[in-house]
Design a protein around this ligand. Sequence first.
Ligand SMILES: [Zn+2]
Length: 61
Amino acid sequence: MVTMGVLERAKRASGLSEPEALPYLCLGCETQFDIQYHTCPVCGKYDIRRAKWVNADGESR
Ligand SMILES: [Zn+2]
């Protein structure tokens, strides 16, 4: 149904739903978080980075 997508976009535009981009990102499983975990609760790795840094140069190391 196309109408669902349109509604979803309208909600986003008016700020009623969460934005997709969260500030932190697990490099192990690529799950995004709104807070920085010491370890990823999804895959258990220690590779939580700021999504901004990751996006800036691909790999932050
Ligand atoms: Zn992970």
